[in-house]
Design a protein around this ligand. Structure first.
Ligand SMILES: [Zn+2]
Length: 153
């Protein structure tokens, strides 16, 4: 799938064969995981809790906490949302969580390949342009009075 050309820049970026081979492998694994449909964000953690009864063993010394219980935790709109799971649900859905982690790892690897390709772009070897100066802190110069003569170079 090389030779994707930006219409504004007809130079195609060539992808190294090793890069292409790894991307193809990643794509196959991504597709295989996606095809299962078994992907769940967040994490499942074991919790042990105290109840509200002061004479319960969970308040003794040493305490015997309730549980273990399983809790699925995820972020929704930057807030942490939790939900209790049965042991059977924990057993089944942990694999979904693992699939989600693998998808993220694979995407991160693809992005790293892309960053490596950009680093290796031969156009970095060309005449370097002067770095753009950060002029935000400088007062803008007043526009020069208009010169009516034509300047040619
Ligand atoms: Zn208790």
């Amino acid at each position: 799938m090389t030779g994707i050309t930006d219409p504004c820049h007809p130079e195609a970026v060539r992808v190294a064969a090793s890069h292409q081979a790894e991307a193809t492998k990643i794509a196959a694994e991504l597709a295989a995981i996606a095809a299962t449909g078994m992907v769940l964000p967040g994490s499942i953690t074991q919790r042990r809790t105290r109840c509200g009864h002061p004479n319960c063993a969970c308040h003794a010394d040493p305490p015997r906490l309730h549980g273990p219980y399983w809790q699925w935790t995820r972020k929704v709109a930057a807030r942490t949302v939790c939900r209790w799971l049965s042991p059977g649900q924990q057993h089944d859905y942990q694999a979904w969580i693992n699939n989600d982690r693998r998808l993220r790892d694979l995407l991160a690897r693809l992005e790293a390949l892309g960053a490596d390709a950009l680093d290796a772009d031969p156009r970095w070897q060309r005449k370097p342009r002067p770095a753009p100066r950060d002029t935000r802190w400088q007062r803008k110069p007043r526009p020069a009075p208009r010169d009516t003569r034509q300047t040619r170079s």
